[in-house]
Design a protein around this ligand. Structure first.
Ligand code: UVW
Length: 311
């Protein structure tokens, strides 16, 4: 459903939901701080079947990037063993990958977006240069990101294979999904996974241009929902978490700005929930142990990930 009333200015919402200083003036991890040792232990206890689900998409040229501003990973071999002559007949193979850090399953670092010259926690945005980010880079999240994950299947809630581009997910949809999914709760330190079906659309159509042209996703009102519940991170099967085209022509990616810059929340994008969702529908268990540590790429704005869920 599209908002017909005028949307509140994202700066006003951002100021209201801002977490700056909450974990100290030097904090560069934001809402990941909600994942305490106790909550990690409790998340670990959710493992009971030893069933593992791979939520990452393949890092290859079949990815959803259309080349307009990001390309798919390019894999190149530097050694195959050919022409090598080591004692004992030893041979080795080596390779390279060339890719935007934002092109496949990935975390957005807290340095990813900013406005009015400031990043999360008030760090100056001019600390982002051609050398990378001085503050809030993805390597600052190296001791994460793992904890209790909760999947909310909004496509299933609406009875569709996928929501159409421009479909706004409202807080009421998140509440209704919790209710329909056996009353599963989303609380402090949880990693929320929102299934829109956008990955399924790509898998069935194979059209990168259609994948990137727009998407269903979280509306701006969901920021307060995430804030109230003290969610640690949010992931989705689309490429920007939030709805596109956006709800207002006055702001580009306002959910990014509020979640990342004001709340300090890392976003996990282009995840694949297909196998996991099927399993959750089968066993009725929508919470689980989730782990997706970023690579420690110094000063980087994001990191490729291979997120896993263990039930
Ligand atoms: C932008 O498009 C700026 O970001 P993301 O990949 O996080 O959606």
């Amino acid at each position: 459903t599209r908002q017909h009333t005028r949307l509140e200015d994202f700066r006003v919402v951002g100021e209201r939901l801002r977490n700056w200083g909450r974990w100290g003036p030097e904090d560069e991890r934001g809402t990941i701080n909600f994942i305490t040792p106790e909550r990690l232990v409790a998340a670990g206890r959710l493992i009971c079947r030893g069933a593992i689900f791979d939520l990452g998409i393949p890092f290859d040229k079949s990815g959803p990037q259309d080349g307009a501003f990001r390309s798919n990973p390019l894999h190149m071999m530097s050694e195959t063993g050919a022409g090598q002559d080591f004692p004992g007949g030893f041979k080795f193979a080596d390779d390279y990958v060339l890719m935007p850090l934002q092109c496949a399953s990935q975390w957005d670092a807290l340095a990813h977006v900013h406005y009015d010259g400031l990043l999360y926690n008030g760090f100056p945005a001019d600390g982002i240069t051609t050398k990378g980010a001085e503050h809030c880079s993805i390597d600052k999240q190296a001791k994460g990101i793992a904890g209790r994950g909760v999947l909310l299947d909004i496509a299933a809630l609406k009875g569709v294979d996928w929501l159409e581009a421009g479909t706004v997910i409202e807080p009421e949809d998140l509440d209704e999904a919790c209710e329909r999914q056996g009353g599963v709760e989303v609380g402090t330190g949880d990693i929320l996974l929102v299934r829109t079906g956008w990955r399924r659309k790509f898998l069935s159509e194979g059209d990168p241009a259609a994948f990137m042209a727009g998407e269903p996703g979280l509306g701006q009102a969901c920021c307060a929902w995430l804030h109230e519940r003290e969610v640690a991170a949010v992931g989705s099967d689309n490429w920007a978490i939030e709805v596109l085209p956006g709800e207002s022509p006055d702001a580009f990616l306002p959910v990014h700005l509020i979640l990342i810059r004001d709340m300090g929340m890392s976003l996990g994008e282009i995840l694949d929930f297909e196998e996991l969702a099927e399993d959750c529908h089968r066993d009725g268990v929508w919470d689980f142990f989730f782990a997706a540590p970023p690579l420690k790429i110094t000063h980087a704005i994001g990191s490729p990930i291979n997120p896993v869920v263990i039930k």
